[in-house]
Ligand binder design. Sequence first.
Ligand SMILES: [Zn+2]
Length: 480
Amino acid sequence: MRGGKCRLYLVCLSTLFLFIVAGAAQGQSKPVAIVGGTLIDGTGRAPVADSVVVIRDGRFQAVGRRAEVSIPQDAEVVEAKGKSILPGLIDGHCHYRDWMGEIYLAYGVVTCPNISNNPVEWIIAQREGVKNGSVRGPRVWASANIIDGPPPEGTGTLRRQRTSIIVDSEDEARKAVRGLVEKGVDGIKLFERLKPPVAKAAADEAHKLGRPVFGHSLDIFTAAANGYQSVEHSWSVVYTSIQEPKKKHELDIGRMLRKVDTDEVHAHMEPAMFDKIIKVMIEKNVHWSPTWATWFRPLSTYAEEMKRRELALLRNPQLKYLPSYILKDTESFFAKYEKMPPEKRKPIVAGYKMLQEFVRKFAAAGGKIHTGSDPNHVVPGYAMHAELQMLVEAGLTPLQAIQTASINVAQAWGKETEYGSIEKGKVADLFIVNGDPTKNISDTQNVESVYMEGKKVNISYHADYKNPIPRPIEDRPEGG
Ligand SMILES: [Zn+2]
């Protein structure tokens, strides 16, 4: 981080922090009963038609068929006939920025587990601000700066490492993890340049301190041996599958130096290795966040629908406050694929097909996928719904797909006893949609209302939306 300016940010942040801690959180005790909707509880169990969900004091008090659940006399009754009730979504790969709050909530996403963010003080302040009601946005689970190893020879300083903590020994790795945990993070993000024993030390330290580990990896076998909870991105599988070390190295460096595009790398997947990779991931319970909407959705059978929805969203006058690059990026991203010459498109399509095959096989073997925004070329929050479509397109059932956006992520963060499904006793996060996502997965986007910790949240957009704790640095995602 940068010296003088940074100190100023910290003063600023801690003042805001005190301010928001002083803000009063509001309680609510009148129960709410959501009646008559089709319940998709996020456990993978069959949907329950004509259900009743009772919420009291922020928790699910009772959940089940209408005949089995009594509605408290003093309850506020919400009629949900013709609608579906889903668990509040949890983004498997969030990089939270200060303008994202409304969009996340509007898409039923009530938890943003950050897979890296910085400055650490800022993301912690966001987390506390949401907790006490002074920030209108999803709940934050925080990991902070990426812990990485020195850049590979011949690549110079990598732009993407500019906010990373670079370590080159086991001692340094443990110290970096302890430093972040002391600042209050909920998880640790490790990167692919760490030497295996250094990564192992970092993961071990994180686990000792009760923190989950999320990592980029060029070798999932090592990540699994090191006990990572989740491996991020589709290209982790790509590199792991390539058996010729020289080829793998050249592709890796080519991508680092931006000579090969991320989408092109996938053409080099080796499906012969899929079963072996899947086996170790299942054995060691390593989850996987493909983050493929951000790279591949123009190749989806839903591409036209996606483009139409995204452009309409981004042109909404109430969202004028969004950074201007998002609309431009989205337009040029779809245009790039539309204009792509067939000889360039063919290998990318082949890569997408292989990726679909891996997704299908991994899920069929019981592998836990995370739906995630990873907002590089996509609107956060919305991106999760695009991934749900892509997962169903790849062969998951809608019920399996919905788990990737809720309970699976909660499990990786060790928070599944509290979050991730609509079950008695858990924190009452849910959203109600018009229609039936088990018949048409696109219906998850027909969001009608959202409840977070039992309270109905405001899901409309406001041109004057302002986060009371602005992020003190440039907001482009850093590709982590
Ligand atoms: Zn990321």
